[in-house]
Structure formats: C-alpha cells, structure tokens
Design a binder for this molecule. Structure first.
Ligand SMILES: Cc1ncc(COP(=O)(O)O)c(C=O)c1O
Length: 416
C-alpha cells in the first residue's frame, strides 16, 4: 500500500505453535502440539455461577472501566499467594493483573530492554518469549537448559566474560518446552547473579501449581527483589479468561502500568472478578487444583508409557513430574521436522524441537503435550506417531510427500 512499516514488526515470525493450531483443528486430528489445557477440566458451571454472583453483587464494579493495575480484591489475593510461596512480603501495589502472563512478558521486556539490548532466554525457549523479545527489537541470547533447568553456571561464566543483559528470562517450574525444573540451588544463584550484575530476572511460572508429587519450590523471588514473577490462571482455570499477573520490583510498577495503559487500559473487569470469586473460595480452589494434578498426572503417565512401549530405546524421554509437556529426543537419527508432515498425514500433531531454538537446533528433539487429550487419545496418538516414524525411517514415499505436505503443514501455532 506504499506505506513503510516498522521493520521490527514486519520482521516478526508467526509462532509455529499458533500456526499448527489451525492444522490441529482438522477433524480426526489428535494433537500433542499446543499446550492446550484439558477442556474437560474447565469449571464451566462454577464460572457461570461466579459470573452471576459478580453481576449481582456489584454490577458497576465489573462492568465499568476499572484501574489499569487490576481488580483490587484479585490483586490482594495474588499478593497474599506470592508472599506465602516466596516467604517475602508482597504489597498489592507491586501486582499488575494482565491479559494472560503473555502480556506481562511483553510489557516487561519492553520496559526493560531498548531496541538492540540483550535478553537472555533459555535454549530451548518458550516461543512466546522469543516473540516478545523480538517484538521489542531486543536480541535473544540463548543459554542452554539441562536436566536441572537453566545452566546458571554457564550464565555466570558469560556474565563474568562481559555479557550485560537487560533481563534474564526463565520458566522455572516444568519448563515449556523441556519440562525441567530449575533446581533450588540454581534459583538462589540466579538471584545472586541478578544482584551482582544488575539485571532483572523475568521468572515465568505458569505451571507451578501443576506439580504431581513433592513439595513446591520457592520461586527465585524468594532471594532477591530484582525479580519479576509472572503467573497465570490459564493453566489452572481457563486460558479464555485471559487473566494473568506479574509481581514487580517496586521501581518497575509505574513504567509497566503506563505501558499497559497505552496497550489496553486494563484487563477485563468481569473476568478478574470471576477469578477473584473462585480463588476466594479456598476449599473449592484447592480441591480444583488437586483434581487438575490427578488428571494431568494420569495423562503424563499414559503418554510416557505409550512412548516407551512404542519406541523403546529409540526415543529418550523423561517422565514428566508436572506441567503439560514431555520433551523427547530420537536417538536413531530421526529429524522431527521431516517427521512432522508425515505425522500430520497420519492424523497426529506435535511440535518439532527445532522450533524452540535460537541457535543451531537439535533436530532430533520434539515437544509432546499430554494436557489436551485423555489417556486413550494419547495412546492412539502415539500409535499414529509410530506409524509415521516407521514410514520416515524406512524412507517410504519421502519424495512424493514433500509437495503436498509443505503446502498444508507449514508450522506457524499460538505461542503456548
Ligand atoms: C511458559 C509460558 N509462559 C506464558 C504463557 C502464556 O500464558 P497466558 O498468557 O495464557 O497466561 C505460556 C502459555 O503456554 C507458557 O507456556
């Protein structure tokens, strides 16, 4: 149209997972791809009652414009929750309720990083974080994740060698995509590095409550005020509510709120009031969380057992202890980007691991979500994946598929 556009925006790639969503909506497709919560866990009836109650109790409060920072009773609840789990005081003034934690991530990156600044991300990385960093014109600097989470020792060496990031982004608990948990000693060390080198840790923790066993770990914020902790009701209530939050270091609250004013004035009041009403019913809320953990644990076991039975030693995959994802690596040389179009033809979707890399990808990796399908569906999906894998490894119809598959299956799904 003859109008020059912002090159930062025109250079943005669509999220591979968002694009895959379109494919996974095809009839008969079984999806292990998106991090879509199990629809049968949505407390639809209870949400309906909460909507009625909120409208009856104070229609003006939930239908009128509200404060940018968020619905006061919900901010208070979040402050109490975050204070309890971190063992550090949180003032409700540090809490901003956002349109999902994705918005918190976007606002924070734009607050902390000017175009050209460096933001450390994990490798493999949450795609939504890569999008937020790139949309801000900042540069993602990958630091690998191992079985104990972000390699904080390596980060320390890079910092000692002169790396000066504006922020370090990490998914601390049941990482997306790798499923790992940042070890307690690394949490503490990361907080110390933030203090010493003067960066802010963006601690993204939407899966903290989806722990199948053992005690919750203290967040990184337990050891430093240079941490912004992100949370979300997407994985525990329903993502369509679009209610998440951030607990900010005090100095960041003003700038983040002003940026949110420019973005959307406020998060929807009715959704916030509904969430506030649900979490205030502590017995119901805790029972709901217990139900989620039981449901997801059963799915995680079903997926892991099916994968082990189907692929044996050809696929290295850990047992998920929480969250929504299993991360696998084929040890037989399978390239998962080549496997995907064949898998889609066989009616099963997953995300090739290469999508999550900033640097040279490990092409043998893949992310499998156990959240969306019930156990029977997961077993059927793994059966289809095995058929696709065997076709690819025997070289069956490789050439003939390429044209049709590339047109239909080019991945680009929402960031989740
Ligand atoms: C690590 C991580 N952060 C943030 C989000 C965004 O969640 P929401 O904006 O729905 O709270 C997701 C969603 O999948 C995620 O996996």
């Amino acid at each position: 149209m003859g109008q020059s556009l912002n090159p930062v925006v025109t250079g943005l790639r669509s999220s591979a997972i968002r694009d895959l969503l379109a494919v996974t909506r095809r009839p008969g497709m079984l999806s292990l791809a998106g991090g879509l919560p199990a629809a049968d866990t949505f407390p639809a009836e209870r949400i309906g009652q909460a909507v009625h109650r909120a409208l009856e109790a104070d229609p003006t409060a939930v239908l009128q414009y509200g404060p940018t920072e968020g619905y006061p009773p919900l901010r208070e609840w979040i402050a109490g929750y975050e204070a309890a789990r971190s063992g550090r005081p949180v003032d409700a003034g540090q809490v901003v309720v956002t349109a999902g934690s994705q918005q918190a991530l976007d606002l924070l990156v734009r607050t902390l990083a000017a175009p050209g600044d460096l933001v450390v991300v994990e490798e493999p990385a949450y795609l939504g974080a890569l999008q937020a960093v790139r949309a801000a014109g900042a540069v993602p600097v990958p630091v690998p994740v191992d079985s104990g989470g972000l390699d904080v020792d390596l980060l320390a060496r890079r910092l000692a060698a002169g790396l000066r990031p504006a922020a370090v982004y990490t998914v601390t608990t049941f990482h997306n995509p790798s499923g790992v948990v940042l070890a307690p000693a690394r949490r503490r060390r990361l907080a110390e590095l933030a203090e010493r080198h003067g960066f802010v840790v963006i601690e993204d923790d939407p899966y903290a409550e989806l722990r199948f066993e053992g005690d919750p770990l203290p967040p990184v914020r337990s050891w430093s005020d240079r941490v912004a902790t992100l949370g979300s009701f997407s994985k525990t209530l329903a993502p369509g509510l679009r209610v998440g939050w951030v607990v900010l270091p005090e100095a960041l609250a003003g700038p983040v709120v002003r940026l949110k004013q420019a973005a959307d004035l406020q998060t929807g009041s009715l959704g916030q009031a509904v969430v506030a009403e649900l979490v205030a019913d502590a017995d119901w809320w805790q029972a709901h969380l217990r139900g989620l953990r039981v449901a997801y644990a059963a799915r995680a076991v079903a997926l892991h057992e099916a994968l082990t039975r189907a692929f044996g030693g050809r696929l290295a995959v850990g047992v998920p202890r929480g969250g929504m994802f299993a991360w696998g690596r084929f040890v037989d040389g399978t390239d998962t980007a080549s496997l995907m179009p064949v898998a889609l033809d066989r009616g099963v979707a997953f995300v090739p691991g290469s999508e999550f890399f900033v640097g040279a990808p490990d092409r043998a990796t893949l992310r499998l979500s156990f959240a969306t399908l019930p156990p029977d569906g997961l077993r059927e999906a793994v059966g289809r994946l095995l058929v696709a894998h065997d076709e690819v490894s025997s070289g069956w119809s490789r050439g003939s598929r390429e044209a049709s598959s590339s047109a239909r299956c080019t991945p680009s799904v929402p960031a989740s």
